[in-house]
Design a protein. Structure first.
Length: 447
């Protein structure tokens, strides 16, 4: 009968149960650690992340419509974003522009002045060199010139001429000084010239006169010079009354010269005087200040035949000098005086002016005085027409417009009777009132 193995127990022998199992040495990595350090955990995490990154990702499968819809959504967002940017930019620029225009605000008022036409038909008026209030004042302008012309000569003749010229006599006294006809004026060289008429020199003033050499001859043909008055020598007035040349002395001659017939001489003088008058008037117009007006017929010209110039066997040179005296008026004074005379103070009411004198003529009334410089008043007449324009104080108007609303402009204009009508423009267009800075207000007069 079979025996069980377990029942067989040899003496002093070990059974399989009793065989000890050897203990295998394990590495430190395989051994279960009693404590896991913080460094080991962090290393483990990094290893796990590395393995996760390397693993391929499985992307979900999308259909085409889904993809297209997802691509369109960013575009719409970008378009909407760009639209907002453009709108913001435009609004920003608009705000800046409004601010700039507001800083540069300005206004212009254009007005048409009131005018009236005046007509004259030999209307007579009086003017004075020293005018009182309400009277018309005038001033005197003096000019001199010479011209010559060649005329046929017929034979010879003996001639003896005295030199002549213009001087200005000064009086520094506090009282006027009267000088009688033939009063002597002496040059430093001892040459004597005399006055042909009596003269009166105002206190602290001067007067222009013509003098004639005491003797004929070319030795008296001198340039500009100073003069003393021998008749006053030894008196307190000797140093207070004196003279200076205005023109050279010319015309002195003694000898034989070419003879000119009376008819040729008369024709030559007529030609010379006409040329002299035109030339002197042209010079006067240039020299007269812009604020004055000169009327050609309110003048006188004195002519002096000078000794003949160079001549040949067949021709002689005729010379003549002209001395022009012209009356001139201040334009503003003249217009104001004429307006008051024609319209009356009630209709004038403000300052007026005559822009154009071209159609208005003035001439001396009656017999002209021999020397306009020696009279204290003149009577003259006016013919033709003139436009009278009322003057507006533009600076005062600017001040009245400061800060005013455009709707109030008509009431302001009513306080200026010199204005016929007016219109205004305020910038920028959305503002309705004039600037508070007067320098930004412009006034324009419409012609």
């Amino acid at each position: 009968m079979p025996k069980n193995i377990e029942d067989i127990i040899p003496n002093n022998r070990r059974s399989i149960k009793s065989i000890p199992i050897p203990i295998r040495k394990t590495s430190s990595r395989e051994a279960a650690p009693e404590k896991i350090s913080h460094i080991s955990i962090e290393r483990l995490k990094s290893e796990v992340r590395a393995e996760t990154v390397d693993e391929p990702k499985l992307e979900p499968r999308l259909d085409r419509r889904s993809v297209e819809r997802d691509e369109q959504m960013p575009r719409q967002r970008r378009k909407l974003h760009n639209k907002h940017v453009w709108v913001g930019t435009v609004l920003g620029l608009l705000v800046i522009a409004l601010a700039v225009f507001s800083l540069r605000s300005s206004a212009t008022l254009a007005y048409t002045p009131k005018t009236t036409n005046l007509s004259f038909n030999a209307d007579t008026y009086v003017a004075y060199q020293s005018a009182d209030p309400g009277q018309l004042a005038y001033s005197i302008v003096k000019l001199s010139g010479e011209k010559s012309i060649e005329v046929p000569a017929s034979g010879e003749e003996a001639a003896s001429e005295k030199a002549t010229g213009s001087i200005i006599v000064y009086n520094t006294q506090a009282v006027s000084q009267r000088l009688v006809k033939t009063t002597r004026f002496e040059t430093p060289e001892g040459l004597i010239f005399r006055t042909p008429t009596d003269i009166l020199i105002p206190a602290k003033g001067n007067v222009e006169v013509t003098v004639i050499a005491a003797e004929p001859g070319t030795s008296y043909n001198i340039g500009l010079s100073d003069f003393t008055l021998p008749g006053l020598k030894g008196t307190a007035n000797f140093d207070k009354v004196y003279a200076r040349s205005k023109t050279p002395m010319a015309g002195g001659f003694v000898g034989t010269r070419k003879k000119v017939s009376d008819a040729d001489l008369a024709a030559a003088k007529t030609k010379l005087q006409s040329d002299l008058e035109d030339s002197l008037l042209s010079q006067a117009r240039v020299q007269v200040p812009a604020e004055f007006v000169l009327f050609p017929k309110l003048t006188t010209v004195a002519y002096t035949l000078l000794p003949q110039g160079a001549s040949t066997s067949s021709v002689a040179t005729v010379r003549e000098r002209g001395d022009l005296i012209a009356v001139i008026f201040k334009r503003a004074d003249f217009a104001q005086y004429i307006a008051l005379q024609k319209l009356g103070a009630n209709r004038v009411g403000s300052e007026v002016e005559i822009p154009d004198f071209a159609k208005l003529g003035a001439s001396l009334f009656g017999t002209p005085p021999a020397d306009l410089s020696k009279v204290t008043a003149i009577r003259f007449q006016l013919d033709g027409s003139a436009t009278l324009r009322f003057v507006t104080d533009e600076e005062a108007l600017k001040s009245d417009l400061i800060g005013k609303d455009e709707k109030n402009i008509p009431d302001i204009i009513k306080s200026y009777p010199s204005i016929e009508k007016a219109s205004s423009i305020v910038r920028p267009f959305w503002k309705s009132s004039f600037p508070n800075d007067v320098s930004k207000i412009k006034i324009e007069r419409q012609s």
